[in-house]
Design a protein around this ligand. Structure first.
Ligand code: COA
Length: 165
């Protein structure tokens, strides 16, 4: 059975992330979205909120599972019996950085490979922090995130008093 892990903070998940998940679900028997409980990033949404948002927008893809994790990615990959780590690539600069990480991860777990996935050209400028920023200024974000996530993001920013308009 081929198992791929697509790791990230997903604060929130974007249409760029969703594209990678959908394409990967056609290639692998199972795609595990590894939701990092990332203390370094101080996420806007809790792990549970991020997990529910991803579940909702991937509910039509049967071979996708969302599993939170802490600590080392490769430890998580071994626990999940994954063959592959998937990393979306938006730019050449990102590739250089990701290649270094892939080499480090290969040293930690030689039996797990990293595959780079070119992102959808329509979303090469999208990141979670860019979407949060545009939303905080009241900008239109539905081209960048699924509608259900856009609604939750506007609401969360309002609740937390993080609106900039
Ligand atoms: N479309 C749109 N946006 C994308 C994207 C895509 N295809 N791919 C990445 N992004 C965005 C993300 O939303 C994120 O945006 P942000 O910085 O504004 O929040 C940004 O690009 C970086 O994403 P990513 O590279 O996936 O970082 P991450 O912090 O979400 O996750 C991990 C990185 C989980 C892979 C990494 O931190 C990790 O492995 N941590 C565990 C500890 C560990 O093992 N360390 C050793 C590594 S060698």
């Amino acid at each position: 059975m081929s198992i791929a892990i697509y790791p990230g903070t997903f604060d929130p998940l974007t249409r760029g992330h969703l594209y990678v998940i959908r394409r990967a679900s056609v290639i692998f028997d199972k795609v595990v979205v590894g939701l990092l409980n990332n203390s370094a990033k101080n996420p806007l949404f809790s792990v549970e909120e991020r997990m529910n948002m991803i579940k909702e927008v991937t509910s039509d893809i049967p071979n996708v599972e969302i599993i939170p994790f802490n600590g080392l990615l490769m430890q998580f990959a071994i626990e999940q019996k994954a063959n592959v780590i998937l990393r979306g690539i938006r730019t050449g600069g990102e590739f250089e950085f990701e290649l270094m990480n892939a080499h480090a991860n290969k040293k930690i777990a030689p039996e797990v490979d990293t595959l780079f996935f070119p992102c959808d050209i329509n979303y090469s400028c999208v990141s979670s922090s860019m979407v949060r920023d545009v939303a905080a200024y009241g900008g239109e974000i539905r081209d960048f995130v699924p509608d259900s996530i856009a609604k939750k993001l506007y609401r969360k920013l309002k609740e937390k008093g993080l609106n900039k308009v």
